[in-house]
Design a protein around this ligand. Sequence first.
Ligand code: SAM
Length: 179
Amino acid sequence: MMRALILALFATCATAQTDTDVPFVVTPDNVTREMLKLAGVKPGDFVIDLGSGDGRIVIVAARQFGARGLGVEIVPELVQKSRDNAMRAGVADRVEFRVQDLFATDLSQATVITMYLLPEVNLQLRPRLMALKPGTRIVSHDWDMGDWKPDRVVTVEAPDKPIGREKVSRLFLWTVPAR
Ligand SMILES: C[S@@+](CC[C@H](N)C(=O)[O-])C[C@H]1O[C@@H](n2cnc3c(N)ncnc32)[C@H](O)[C@@H]1O
């Protein structure tokens, strides 16, 4: 029921946008931090956020967790905003934001992938994610990856969540297994 409601809200947002697989909905700041903690992000990590919106996940990964990172985002205005936000946060030398289709992005540099997308987009990405370097951590906000069972699932209070009545977020963690 809650899943259907959130999907409907995402769909409502999507009608205002064109040419994106997922509408722009922010991950609240406290949830961003929990995602990065769940992935165990630390200096030396390279975080790629797929569909990076205003850049917050990659910027927090650099500023608070000491990582480097890349955000890929299809909407040019959001990429510009992300670059401005990175400058203001003092991490512009450690992060990059690109106008790019996430399905065309080279993910091989990632040690951590973050995403707040949609269930069917997660499923489309799954074969590429499963083929990443063993040990790569993947964290998804709210949506799972079907029968690829997560290593951990965490529920986080999210009072600032812009969608849904419940104001909680579910976070899923996978670690790419050895081949
Ligand atoms: C739900 S928002 C998440 C934003 C950010 N990651 C966060 O958690 O705050 C999804 C983002 O993906 C972007 N997006 C949708 N389809 C995309 C695509 N094919 N390639 C790159 N970005 C895309 C949207 O424009 C939107 O900003």
